[in-house]
Ligand binder design. Structure first.
Ligand code: NAD
Length: 478
C-alpha cells in the first residue's frame, strides 16, 4: 500500500500536538451510555459490556454486519492518523507498517461471513448445531500491535455476538483508547448501541487479574508473551491463548537463494521484526551457506562481521531472573528499533534505506534462542538438512507457533513440517504468507498456539448449541 509521505508528516505533527501533556485520558462522562467504552474500573467496564451484550443479543445478524462495517471503515479510512498515533506512543516498529497493519486488519479480519451451522439429517429427523456467543470476553492485547489486535479481536468477537473488556498493554493504551472510542461512538450513532468494546484506560497487572477473575467474564483471549500466556492458563475459566513465538527458517540445498533472501527480508524486516510470526533465525545447509549470504547482500540486507555482532549482542540482549530462572531476553532499548540504530550499536555505518541486518553466528549466540523482535537475523551453518531442522526445532522452544522452509524438495518440507509441529508452516514464502498476505488463507493477529485454536475467527469465540427435532422435518426419503 502506498501512503503519501506529506500526508503522513502533517498527521504526525497534528498527533504529536494532540498527544502532548501527561498522556492521561480525559475522564468519561457519568453513566454507561455515551462513555464509548472507556472505563477506569473493571467492575464498571464488565457491567457495561454485559449490558451491551444483552442488547446486542436482541439484534439481527445484519446489525452485527453493520457494526463491524464501522470498525472496518475507521481502521481503513483513519489508518494514517491512528497508525501515526500508535507509532508516536509505542516508539517501536515502522510508521508505514503501523498504518498498513490497521488497514489490512480492517479489510481482512474474518467477520459474520465466517459463521456457519452444521446439520445432521437422518431417520430420526434433524439436529442443527449452531454457534452461540459466550458474553463479554476478557481480552489482553500486546504493545507490538495495540490497535490492530483490538480491530481484529473486535471484528471476530462481535461477529459471533460477543462483547469485549480489554486490558491493553500500558505502552499502547492511549491509541487503544482512541480507537475504541471512535469505534463505539460510530456504532452508537448508527445503531444506538454503546460499549460493545470496553477498555480499561489505565491498565495494570491488577486490572488484568480482576478481568481474569470476574464472574461475568465468560471467556479469556490473551495475546502476548510467555508471562501473560502462563497467567491466563492458570485461570479456572477457559482461555484462548495467542502466545509467543521464535520462528526459525531452514534453507536447504535445493532452495532458490534469491527468492529465499527476498522473502526472509520481507518477513523479518516488517515493522522491524515485531510480528510474532516473523523470521527470527535462519539455518542454512553448509553447501549453499555462502551462496545464501551473497543472495542476502544482493537483496539489500547489510552483513555484520563477528566483531560487530559481538558488540550488538552485548547491548541488545540482556538477562532477567535469578538462579535457575535467569535467562536472556531482548533489551527493551532495541526491540522494534530501526536497522540503523542496531548498526550504530554494532559500530557500523549503513545507508538509511537498509531494512535488515544479518550475519553468521553459531547456535549458541543469544540471538538464536531469544525472541529478539529486532531487524537483525543470525544465520547458522548446518551440516545438512537434518541438522538444520534439529537446530530449528530447538530454537523454537516447543512454542508450536511458526516455522518456515525454503526448499524445492518435498521430502525435506514434509520432514520439517512433522518435526516442528507448529501452528503455521510456510514453504517458499515470507512469514506473512501464513496469514494470507502473499499466501492463501485469512488474517488474524491472535494466533492461538498453546491452546490450539490457531489464527482466530468468529467461530473461535462461540459455544456449540444443538437443537434436535425428533422424527420430523427431514423431507427426504420415507
Ligand atoms: P507482553 O507479554 O509483554 O504483554 C502482552 C500483554 O500482556 C500486555 O497487555 C501486558 O500488559 C499483559 N501482561 C503481561 N504480563 C501479564 C501478567 N502476568 N498478567 C496479566 N497480564 C500481563 O508482550 P508484548 O511485548 O506486548 O508483545 C509481544 C509478545 O506477544 C511476543 O512474545 C509475541 O510473540 C507475542 N504475540 C503473540 C501473538 C500471537 O498471535 N500468538 C500476536 C502478537 C504478539
Amino acid at each position: 500500500m502506498q501512503v503519501d509521505e506529506t500526508l503522513i508528516r502533517s498527521v504526525v505533527e497534528q498527533v504529536v500536538t494532540r498527544l502532548g501533556g501527561n498522556g492521561t485520558i480525559a475522564p468519561a462522562p457519568a453513566g454507561n451510555q455515551g462513555r464509548f467504552g472507556l472505563f477506569t474500573c473493571v467492575n464498571e467496564a464488565v457491567a457495561a459490556a454485559r449490558e451491551a451484550f444483552d442488547r446486542l443479543s436482541e439484534r439481527t445478524l445484519d446489525d452485527r454486519r453493520r457494526i463491524i462495517e464501522h470498525i472496518r471503515r475507521i481502521s481503513i479510512d483513519q489508518c494514517v492518523e491512528l497508525g501515526t498515533m500508535e507509532m508516536e506512543e509505542t516508539k517501536i516498529g515502522r510508521l508505514q507498517h503501523k498504518i498498513e497493519k490497521l488497514k489490512t486488519l480492517g479489510e481482512r479480519s474474518p467477520g459474520v461471513e465466517f459463521l456457519r451451522s452444521e446439520v445432521f439429517s437422518g431417520d430420526h429427523g434433524l439436529a442443527v448445531i449452531e454457534h452461540a456467543p459466550f458474553g463479554p470476553i476478557g481480552t489482553i492485547t500486546p504493545v507490538t500491535h495495540s490497535l490492530p489486535t483490538i480491530t481484529g479481536n473486535a471484528v471476530n468477537m462481535i461477529a459471533a455476538g460477543n462483547t469485549l473488556v480489554i486490558n491493553p498493554h500500558p505502552g499502547g493504551r492511549r491509541v487503544a483508547a482512541e480507537g475504541v472510542r471512535r469505534f463505539n461512538e460510530a456504532i452508537y450513532r448508527d445503531l444506538g448501541l454503546d460499549n460493545l468494546i470496553c477498555l480499561i484506560t489505565e491498565p495494570t497487572l491488577e486490572t488484568a487479574e480482576a478481568i481474569f477473575k470476574h464472574p461475568d467474564i465468560a471467556l479469556l483471549c490473551v495475546t502476548g508473551g510467555p508471562g501473560v500466556a502462563r497467567a491466563a492458563m492458570r485461570q479456572s475459566k477457559r482461555a484462548i491463548v495467542a502466545g509467543p513465538g521464535n520462528p526459525p527458517v531452514v534453507v536447504d540445498e535445493t532452495a532458490d537463494p534469491d527468492r529465499a533472501a527476498r522473502c526472509i527480508i520481507q518477513g523479518a524486516a516488517y515493522d522491524n521484526n515485531l510480528l510474532c510470526i516473523a523470521e527470527k533465525q535462519v539455518f542454512v545447509v553448509e553447501s549453499v551457506f555462502d551462496a545464501m549470504m551473497a543472495a542476502m547482500d544482493r537483496a539489500g540486507s547489510v552483513r555484520l562481521n563477528a566483531r560487530e555482532i559481538d558488540a550488538l549482542t552485548k547491548v541488545a540482549i540482556t538477562s532477567v531472573g535469578q538462579g535457575q530462572q535467569k535467562h536472556d531476553v531482548a533489551s527493551g532499548d532495541f526491540v522494534g528499533k530501526d536497522a540503523a540504530v542496531l548498526a550504530q550499536a554494532a559500530g557500523k555505518g549503513i545507508p538509511g534505506n537498509v531494512d535488515l541486518l544479518f550475519g553468521e553466528t553459531d547456535e549458541s549466540n543469544p540471538f538464536v534462542p531469544v525472541e529478539q523482535m529486532m531487524p537483525f537475523l543470525p544465520f547458522v551453518r548446518a551440516r545438512d538438512v537434518d541438522h538444520a531442522i534439529e537446530m530449528a526445532y530447538r530454537s523454537e522452544h516447543g512454542f508450536r507457533h511458526t516455522a518456515i522452509i525454503h526448499s524445492n524438495n518435498v521430502r525435506n518440507m514434509t520432514k520439517m513440517g512433522k518435526k516442528m509441529d507448529t501452528t503455521l508452516f510456510v514453504k517458499n514464502g515470507a512469514s506473512m504468507a501464513g496469514l494470507g498476505v502473499g499466501g492463501e488463507g485469512y488474517i488474524s493477529f491472535s494466533i492461538a498456539t498453546p491452546t490450539g485454536e490457531g489464527p482466530t475467527t468468529p467461530l473461535t469465540f462461540t459455544r456449540e448449541r444443538r437443537c434436535t427435532m425428533v422424527d420430523d422435518l427431514r423431507i427426504l426419503g420415507r
